[in-house]
Design a binder for this molecule. Sequence first.
Ligand SMILES: Nc1ncnc2c1ncn2[C@@H]1O[C@H](COP(=O)(O)OP(=O)(O)OP(=O)(O)O)[C@@H](O)[C@H]1O
Length: 198
Amino acid sequence: MPPTTPPFDTTPIVVFGPSGAGKGTLLQKLFAEFPDRFGYSISHTTRAPRPGETHGKEYNFTSMEKFQEMVGQGAFVEWARYGSNCYGTSVKAVEEVEGRGRCCVLEIEMEGVKQVANHPTFPRPRFVFISPPSPEVLEKRLRSRGTDKEEEVLKRLEQGKKEMEFAKSGGVNPKVVVNDDLERAYKELKEWVVGKES
Ligand SMILES: Nc1ncnc2c1ncn2[C@@H]1O[C@H](COP(=O)(O)OP(=O)(O)OP(=O)(O)O)[C@@H](O)[C@H]1O
């Protein structure tokens, strides 16, 4: 699969998969190997900025009223409410990454993936699902990552099952990369993302 339009294909890439499957680990490798090729979009949020956070840098901070207005206008590729705050990726934020000549990478969860796939105007991105080799390995990785309490681990595993079912359901028909051996999985992801030229 060669790179397409000059200098390369900037069609956004949606990365999803169970928590602990290795999305962050794989993307970190990709961004490190290709520092000028990819970018994350700046999300909108209704939560207040934390000390040190700047509007337009970490997030586009916005009021709930404005956020809801944008939802009504179809301005978000995907959005969600977590607790009392809303978070979303705007079409414009994705286009800004493309405008900088970079390929926008969206690392999102299942509900967001469904919204992206069903968005009325947003062009279809490329979908890749990062799968753990097995549920047992996923559990082991989540535990050895050591970032979550027991209750959180169980919640992530439960949600992970739903993500696995969704990926198989044919809704978005993603490229599937099984993250068994990290170097092998990375090579497969890289070849799918950038082609075999690198
Ligand atoms: N191929 C692999 N073999 C062994 N361990 C791995 C592999 N890939 C990732 N890991 C480890 O598994 C854990 C989970 O990986 P990571 O944090 O990248 O997952 P994630 O999908 O980004 O999770 P989240 O959605 O919660 O951010 C980490 O401790 C990571 O170092």
